[in-house]
Write a protein that binds this ligand. Structure first.
Ligand SMILES: Cc1cc2nc3c(=O)[nH]c(=O)nc-3n(C[C@H](O)[C@H](O)[C@H](O)COP(=O)(O)O)c2cc1C
Length: 194
């Protein structure tokens, strides 16, 4: 069962205009809460938004394609050039975040210590992955939309959270269709002592 979710999950960028019941979203959030964290500190805080506030936030999020060149410049050329998503597709997705009726905003506390920051990011990323897998197994889809971090200041000002920072933006909803499988490089490992 876990294998099914791990190996069949795909990033979803196109959603049905169908509301997601809060009880279903609570299951997703609970899976996030079940993640491990240093000293069980649970540094995450999730803001789950739908309705008018979701629409307001989309008006901010949709500005991220303006930074696409900066975003792609962070990756090695062979990766950014082989990215299968065209600029046109990204802009059309960004307009209404693929129609996702709900958006989850995972946050962690602002910290200046590099170690403390790193462990909080790891814990929150683990919660995000739990949520993505659970969402998938419940028939939903998600996209971990870190590109929206380019408009983080505006998003956090809207949400009114001064002492926290955004880890990603995660649109969630029922999948319009199942996306195509993606490939993996199975050579990214070194075995020692076997
Ligand atoms: C940390 C992280 C950041 C990502 N950022 C974005 C993003 O900004 N925009 C986007 O469309 N997808 C984003 N994705 C989704 C990846 O593009 C996707 O996971 C990858 O292409 C593999 O596809 P799959 O998830 O369907 O297997 C991100 C995924 C992760 C884990």
């Amino acid at each position: 069962m876990l294998d099914d979710a791990i190996f069949s999950r795909r990033t979803v960028r196109s959603f049905l205009p169908k509301p997601v019941p809060q009880e279903i979203l609570e299951k997703v959030i609970k899976a996030g809460f079940a993640s491990p964290s240093p000293l069980n500190s649970q540094p995450w805080y999730f803001i789950v938004v739908t309705g008018k506030e979701r629409d307001d936030l989309v008006k901010i999020i949709r500005k991220f394609p303006a930074y696409l060149a900066d975003i792609l410049a962070l990756y090695p050329k062979e990766i950014s050039e082989s990215a299968s998503l065209s600029e046109e597709y990204i802009s059309s997705f960004a307009k209404n975040v693929g129609g996702a009726p709900v958006i989850i905003f995972p946050t962690i506390p602002k910290k200046t210590n590099r170690y403390a920051y790193k462990v909080d990011i790891i814990a929150c990323a683990s919660a995000i992955q739990n949520m993505q897998l659970t969402a998938w197994s419940l028939g939903l889809g998600t996209v971990c939309l870190t590109s929206a971090l380019w408009v983080e200041t505006e998003i956090m000002a809207y949400l009114g959270l001064k002492d926290r920072e955004l880890v990603t933006v995660m649109p969630i909803g029922y999948r319009e269709s199942d996306p195509k499988p993606t490939s993996r490089n199975n050579a990214n490992v070194t075995w020692i002592g076997f």
